[in-house]
Design a protein around this ligand. Structure first.
Ligand code: GRF
Length: 203
């Protein structure tokens, strides 16, 4: 059984989508062993507990980044977690943390990277006037919103859109993309050459 963990800081809709996919069998033979939030008031913590999933709050405020990361890593290692899914985790990871879990940390970002990294990506894309945006699930490396891309989904920007309607349509695609990306990574049926992730050729 694959053991997943989710790191979040807020609403938790991507967490819920992943948990739903596991329940529905769209992600097979997996469980969410632990949800970790750096914020006590994250709605995702309440959502996890309601579903009977262990959710821990490890406050980050005022802590040196690596110290906080060491606390989180200790829990993940104790629980033998195989994959760490960042889902609205509003905290930069230290290089130390990233090095502990090579190719085991995934992130979702609400733009077609490398366009619009960082905060408020949907607003950035809308203000820039792009006609297509979307979302990206990628491996985490030591740079922000940067590692090899696993899945991307495109979303048209409509004339009638505002930042909110665009963000809502991107979010629908995020929920689909994360499940696809987790399945690819758990299958192990891929190779990464440089930045490029491709499916393993079938024999
Ligand atoms: C999502 O838009 C995700 O792409 C970004 O933060 C947001 C988290 O939303 N990294 P939720 O907490 O999963 O609902």
């Amino acid at each position: 059984m694959h053991s997943l963990s989710i790191l979040l800081s807020g609403r938790g809709s991507n967490f819920v989508a992943i948990a739903d996919s596991i329940e529905a069998g769209r992600i097979a033979d997996a469980r969410i062993s632990v949800v970790i939030s750096n914020r006590a008031d994250a709605l995702g913590v309440a959502a996890a507990r309601k579903r009977g999933i262990d959710a821990l709050v490890i406050p980050s405020k005022g802590k040196v980044r690596e110290q906080h990361d060491r606390e989180v890593a200790a829990i993940l290692q104790q629980r033998g977690v195989e994959l760490i899914c960042l889902a609205g985790y509003m905290r930069l990871l230290s290089p130390w943390f990233v090095q502990q879990f090579p190719r085991k940390i995934l992130n979702i970002h609400p733009s077609l990277l490398p366009a619009f990294p960082g905060l408020e990506a949907q607003e950035q894309a809308f203000a820039y006037g792009v006609k297509v945006s979307g979302c990206t699930v990628h491996f985490v490396d030591e740079e922000l919103d940067h590692g090899p891309i696993i899945v991307q989904k495109a979303v048209q920007v409509l004339d009638a859109d505002n930042e909110r309607t665009l963000a809502a349509r991107i979010l629908e695609q995020e929920h689909i993309a994360y499940t696809e990306a987790i399945n690819i990574v758990l299958s192990g049926e891929f190779e990464v050459t440089g930045r490029r992730l491709v499916g393993k050729p079938s024999l």
